[in-house]
Design a protein around this ligand. Structure first.
Ligand code: PMP
Ligand code: GLN
Length: 382
């Protein structure tokens, strides 16, 4: 393994899911739903397969039906106009979009400022591009970004802000004021901005504001999203980029040599999913809101300090009220102690002290699974 990837050995999600399988514990670690997305969307994938749509290499930028559907979605939810031919690129999940963006936009030695705790592929993607990550720590209890610290962190080498809202793992959702301030900083320092918006439809408090919609941002922002979370098909790996033609062309150049194209039939199915009525999107959000409340209450009863998320499908807790000093040790012991798997937030930090006692639980699971998990966790203090 080369020096760039040293320290990125295996992802925490794979490790914790393997632990769940090995111990038979309830997996509230890796974020994936335990119920698949809408039947009609699955049927659309089957139809595409049967009708021979997408069984051979689809067009590099994505099938036209999906690009049109992504443009219509951006218009419907945010009033944004994107040209499906020059301003949209379909990728193999948001993960590839993030990696391709870093590879296409960064020079070795460039600095990238990203919120920490960060989704683990950010650190690896920045490293693969030979760039340096500069963390902007979101601190408990409310995980708001400290904009003065951000201003202080900017150097002549700073090239790009990699932002994520709704934020995994804290559940923080940027307010309009914060989004405007971030945009102003990006413009003032002439920075590129990559926004990871995979949880755009999971906002329980506040609203999702695409940074690309703000003044001065259209020409400097790469907006990324994915069908995995919104439609509960994380295994399909259909994601996308929306940006101005020059930025899409840059990201497409890198994507061409990573995967060339993404799986064809799923693209047709996601095109249909994006056209589902508004009731699907609100129903999905309200269902997850109920699950958030259910798990939050269970965790509080079990003695955790609960940081109530405004979005995503994760709850970050603090385990110190349980007398625990280290989230990693806590998570490694948890399956044996009570049959539940969670993820320690400290692995999403550069500074291991930051987030030392924070632990993340995913609530994208059936009600009975969450109730069962809460019951098991309640036994911890007994
Ligand atoms: N960004 C964040 C913040 C995530 O939580 C995830 C995991 N779904 C991804 C990106 C990756 O998305 P995908 O599965 O579409 O590659
Ligand atoms: N995004 C999901 C999480 O944060 C999982 C993604 C993955 O396993 N790479 O848990």
């Amino acid at each position: 393994l080369n020096r760039r990837l040293a320290g990125h050995g295996s992802t925490i999600f794979a490790e914790m899911s393997a632990l769940a399988v090995k111990t038979g514990a309830i997996n509230l670690g890796q974020g994936f739903p335990d119920t698949d997305g809408p039947e009609e969307v699955r049927e659309a994938a089957v139809r595409a397969l049967r009708d021979g749509r997408g069984n051979q290499y689809p067009p590099g930028p994505g099938v036209p039906e999906l690009r049109a559907a992504i443009a219509a979605h951006q218009q419907r939810f945010y009033g944004l106009d994107f040209d499906p031919d020059s301003e949209i690129l379909v990728t193999a999940g948001a993960t590839e979009a993030i990696a391709a963006s870093m590879l296409a936009l960064l020079e070795p030695g460039d600095e990238v400022i990203a919120f920490e705790p960060f989704y683990d592929s950010y650190a690896a993607s920045i490293a693969m591009a030979g760039a340096t990550r500069v963390p902007l720590t979101l601190r408990a209890p409310d995980f708001r970004p400290d904009l003065d610290r951000l201003r202080d962190a900017i150097t002549p080498r700073t090239r790009l802000l990699l932002l994520n809202s709704p934020h995994n793992p804290t559940g923080m959702v940027l307010t309009r004021e914060e989004a405007l301030a971030l945009a102003e900083i990006a413009v003032a320092h002439d920075l590129l901005v990559v926004t990871d918006e995979v949880y755009e439809h999971l906002v329980f408090e506040g609203e999702h504001i695409p940074l690309i919609s703000l003044p001065g941002m259209r020409e400097r922002t790469v907006s990324i999203s994915s069908a995995g979370k919104t439609f509960s098909f994380t295994g399909w790996k259909v994601g996308w980029v929306t940006a101005c033609p020059a930025l899409v062309a840059a990201v497409r150049t890198a994507k061409q040599y990573l995967t060339f194209v993404s799986a064809g039939p799923f693209q047709y199915a996601v095109a249909e999913a994006l056209a589902l009525p508004d009731s699907y999107f609100t129903g999905f959000r309200e269902d997850l809101r109920g699950k958030r409340d259910l798990l939050a209450a269970g965790l509080a009863r079990a003695g955790f300090a609960v940081h109530r998320p405004q979005g995503t499908y994760f709850i970050t807790t603090d385990v110190s009220p349980l007398g625990e000093k280290d989230g990693v040790a806590f998570c490694l012991a948890l399956p044996e102690r009570c049959g539940v798997v969670a993820v320690p937030n400290s692995v999403f930090h550069d500074d291991p002290e930051a987030g030392r006692t924070q632990v993340r639980f995913a609530f994208c699971k059936r009600h009975e699974t969450l109730t069962d998990a809460a019951e098991r966790l309640a036994g911890l203090g007994r």
